[in-house]
Design a binder for this molecule. Structure first.
Ligand code: G3H
Ligand code: 13P
Ligand code: ZN
Length: 328
């Protein structure tokens, strides 16, 4: 059934596991995730960004997720709005039937400029008021996602770049997190601990200097009843990069968040782990390989089937690694 985020993560907290939240844009991605969840008996968080809603169309996206709910009636499935930039965006998601929304008030509505704390509190509280009245859960965000290994807090997508935030300024402050949760009433909080979105997170395997997993523990102690969320949690597996390169893909050297580091974060209190890039790498690698090795094929199903299988494998691996397998 369709469920809200709060009860799903309450169960994860009671049982000490983490739930991967996978981004979806199309049918094949929804199928890959649900096949993996059914095979491993795992709870499901399907999340759609504003870009996904624009790509697929709001009605298609909603009905794809409803199709998943109807096809897998025994699995708990959350339909989550990823990175809502304004209360208005969250409202349209609630009207569409989403069971959970993220109000990302850490950034202004352009999705780039770091926002003031008071602005963040204001918009997030507003979304909590309307979402909770509808039985919908809310995720907020405090801190700045961005690359720390440049030494100047320069985010990959420009976040924080102009203000030259220091390493520590980018990370979520536990005391401020306590204040934020008290002021807003969010169910879940995305925290900044040195991760960033996309394939280019770290220029070498990350150390504690750039990936502050320890900070999770301090934040969890400060807000024990709020579920912690890790964004930018793709692991960017070297074997997926190698496959892409072997079949003509151009990817610069890069490292993601190792699965073992995510496991530590779950141990310290993280419950929702956002993953998109790894799924993109897996699908595209499989399609490149299929095109290179079967140049005569032109039925889209011929190359989308291996793409689904490759994405499904990543999902199954994460469900197992995060302890979600067997918990549906
Ligand atoms: O937060 C970023 C997710 O990977 C979604 O990406 O905005 O390109 O759909 P997108
Ligand atoms: P990745 O780019 O690391 O997959 O992160 C996705 C994400 O955080 C979506 O909100
Ligand atoms: Zn994110």
């Amino acid at each position: 059934p369709l469920v809200a985020l709060r009860p799903l993560l309450d169960h994860a907290a009671e049982n000490g596991y983490g739930v991967p939240a996978f981004n979806v844009n199309n049918l094949e991605q929804v199928q890959a995730i649900l096949q993996a969840a059914a095979a491993t008996d795992s709870p499901v968080i399907l999340q759609a960004s504003a870009g996904a809603r624009k790509y697929a169309g709001e009605t298609f996206l909603k009905q794809l997720i409803e199709g998943a709910v109807a096809s897998y009636p025994n699995l708990p499935i959350v339909m989550h709005q990823d990175h809502g930039v304004s209360p208005a965006v969250c409202m349209t998601a609630i009207k569409l039937g989403f069971s959970s929304v993220m109000m990302d008030g850490s950034l202004m509505t352009d999705g780039k400029t770091p926002a003031d704390y008071d602005y963040n509190v204001g918009v997030t509280r507003q979304v909590v008021e309307m979402a909770h009245a509808c039985g919908v859960s809310v995720e907020g965000e405090l801190g700045c996602l961005g690359r720390l290994d440049t030494g100047m807090g320069e985010a990959e997508d420009g976040v924080g770049a102009d203000r030259k935030l220091s390493h520590d300024e980018l990370l979520t402050d536990p005391i401020q997190a306590r204040d934020f949760v008290a002021a807003t009433g969010v169910d879940a909080l995305a925290i900044a601990i040195g991760t960033s979105h996309g394939a280019y997170k770290f220029s070498k395997p990350p150390t504690g200097e750039v990936l502050a997993i320890d900070r999770v523990r301090a934040i969890h102690i400060a807000i024990p009843n709020t579920h912690l969320v890790m964004h930018g949690s793709s692991s960017v597996p070297q074997e997926l990069l190698a496959e892409l390169r072997e079949y003509g893909g151009e990817l610069k050297p890069t490292w993601g968040v190792p699965v073992e580091e995510i496991q530590k974060a779950i141990y310290f209190g993280v419950r929702k782990i956002n993953i998109d890039t790894d799924l993109r790498l897996a699908m595209t690698g499989a399609i490149r390989k299929h095109f290179a090795t079967n140049p005569a094929d032109f039925d889209p199903r011929a190359y989308l089937k291996p793409a689904i299988a490759a994405m499904r494998k990543v999902c199954e691996d994460r469900y197992a690694a995060f302890g979600a397998a067997g918990q549906a």
